[in-house]
Design a protein around this ligand. Structure first.
Ligand code: CP
Length: 311
């Protein structure tokens, strides 16, 4: 099958992005959002994107679907549920081989582990976009978060960005720290000791055991959900209540954050545990801006990977 595009590469990890390429995607996303740039949708009218999700998602999947439609690319989604042949015992790898054999022009994948994505990439020349791998990476989330910080604060350089909560299980924080540092920001985290990240990405990052200290340091605060499904053990009631008392982002706990700070969360949030719904009324909160910006960042990324021109 011939396609009218020249694929530039894939996006699996933040390390695939230079600061220049990240800024280019973010600037293009901002132009698409403001209407200064418009995709030539007719160019992409025969292109198909396979959106393949082996883990649950609301915003990333829907966002990629909307972004594909806006770029003129046809999205077709595979969600690993009881209606697919995985319910009959087909493996993730063979499922991917089967979908790739249908020759989509782009594959967007959410997989439980990064190694699965590397394996897919090694076996295909089709561009692959990471839509979140286990606890490891979520590069388009980091791009949309950086776009939101630049849009709301006017810059990302020299901002002090604090991840709060279950950092050790967060692919959002792992991609975030790499991208934000590349773009000149400082990054730290605040969490209970047993949720402090152990990976080498975080060796030089400050860790605040006390949220109040972290919030006094931060200019941007990013809350995280407790990733209970990745803990491998159940969290006791006492432990959960202690977490909520100390680390849930709510009116009481964020009282030390400055008036011009930005409050973010990748979503989904659990109101009783990590992010109080009442905060959505706070003008410092950018949760739904993040969701909106996700569409533009994904449009810019898809355009970049598939070579779709924009005026
Ligand atoms: N932020 C994010 O990845 O959300 P979903 O799991 O809903 O896609």
């Amino acid at each position: 099958m011939s396609t009218p595009h020249t694929a530039k590469s894939s996006l699996l990890r933040i390390e695939n992005l230079t600061p220049q390429s990240a800024h280019r995607i973010i600037q293009q996303a901002l132009k698409l959002k403001s209407g200064q740039s418009t995709p030539q949708v007719s160019f992409a009218k025969r292109l198909v994107a396979a959106l393949v999700f082996f883990e649950p998602s609301t915003r990333t999947r829907f966002s990629f679907e909307v972004a594909c439609h806006r770029m003129g690319v046809h999205p077709t989604a595979f969600l690993a549920d009881s209606t697919t042949s995985m319910a009959k015992g087909e493996t993730l790898h063979e499922t991917m081989n089967t979908l790739i054999a249908m020759r989509p022009d782009l594959v967007v994948v959410r997989a439980p582990a990064h190694a699965q994505l590397e394996k897919i990439l090694a076996e295909t020349s089709i561009p692959v976009l990471n839509a979140g791998t286990g606890v490891e990476e979520h590069p388009t989330q980091a791009l949309l978060d950086a776009m939101t910080i630049i849009e709301r604060k006017g810059r990302i350089e020299s901002e002090r960005i604090l991840f709060v909560g279950d950092v050790s299980h967060s692919r959002v924080a792992n991609s975030g720290i790499q991208l934000f540092k590349r773009l000149g920001a400082e990054v730290a985290c605040s969490s209970p000791v047993d949720m402090k990240p152990q990976s080498k990405l975080w060796v030089d990052a400050r860790h605040f055991e006390n949220l109040k200290d972290g919030l006094q340091w931060a200019t941007v605060c990013i809350g995280l959900r407790i990733q209970k499904e990745r803990h491998g053990r159940s969290m006791g009631q006492e432990e959960l209540q202690s977490y909520i008392r100390q680390f849930r982002l709510d009116k009481k706990n964020i009282s030390d954050l400055s008036a011009d700070a930005l409050i973010m969360h990748p979503g989904p949030f659990v109101p009783e545990e990590d992010f109080s719904e009442e905060l959505l009324q706070d003008s410092r909160v950018a949760l739904h801006d993040q969701v909106t910006n996700g569409v533009y960042v994904r449009m810019a990324t898809i355009g970049d990977l598939l070579g779709i021109p924009c005026t």
